[in-house]
Design a protein around this ligand. Structure first.
Ligand code: HEM
Length: 189
């Protein structure tokens, strides 16, 4: 759903060329980059992979973290690291093709990381790719009717739209509507 939103909407006032103009969405490799970029900018698990620390630890030169502390990893923070992603706020699927985005496992983790990584990740990715590919091949890109989009945290974990997002079946061209609302703070270009 966030991927479809990223393809049909664009933060109001975003300057520069629309990155989608250069994308052939009938190409599976390109669809793959759209899935990754959507999960980078608008991850559905945004800020909570809590872990209770079992013993005192230091992480990458951090101050000591005492046993019993709760550690939280945030995709929204790590997916915007400018050392890893040039212009991190820009929605630019091409970064995954041109070699400029080569994150390590702790720099891109829409499905978590480590022993408790999502068991359904491959299945969820396949669903995303198939849905987008079917839409692209049918030439029926949805057109966005709701242009103010906020987000809320569901169950303390999942980031979801705060209200309904209405779309209508399109005429085959990916036209992007200007978006406003809290979601644009996560996603600027
Ligand atoms: C886009 C869709 C999905 C996202 C973004 C997602 C994300 C995540 C994340 C971040 C975790 C790790 C939680 C943590 O480390 O505390 C997780 C765990 C898990 N996910 Fe998903 N997930 C998705 C879809 C699915 C699907 C479709 C299934 C099942 C078919 C699934 C099954 C699981 C299970 C069983 C775990 C727990 C793994 C464990 O604790 O060992 N997920 N998911």
């Amino acid at each position: 759903m966030w991927a479809i939103l990223a393809l049909t909407g664009r933060p109001a006032g975003a300057g520069g060329p629309d990155p989608l103009d250069e994308l052939d969405l009938t190409d599976d490799t390109v669809i793959d980059t759209v899935v990754k970029e959507s999960q980078r900018v608008l991850p559905s698990v945004a800020g909570s992979l809590p872990r209770r620390v079992q013993h005192d630890v230091e992480i990458a030169g951090s101050p000591p973290v005492p046993a019993g502390a709760l550690l939280v990893a945030s995709t929204v923070v790590e997916h915007r690291n400018p050392d890893v992603y040039a212009e991190p706020g820009a929605y630019r699927p091409q970064r995954w093709l041109d070699g400029s985005a080569q994150p390590g496992p702790y720099q891109f983790f829409p499905f978590g990381v480590g022993a408790r990584r999502c068991l359904g990740a491959a299945f969820a990715d396949l669903q995303l790719r198939v849905t987008l590919a079917v839409l692209a091949r049918a030439g029926r890109w949805p057109r966005l009717l709701t242009t103010r989009v906020d987000h809320r945290n569901k169950s303390g974990v999942n980031m979801a739209p705060a209200g309904r997002i209405m779309v209508e079946a399109g005429d085959g061209r990916a036209r992007r509507a200007p978006l406003t609302g809290a979601v644009t703070r996560l996603w600027r270009s």
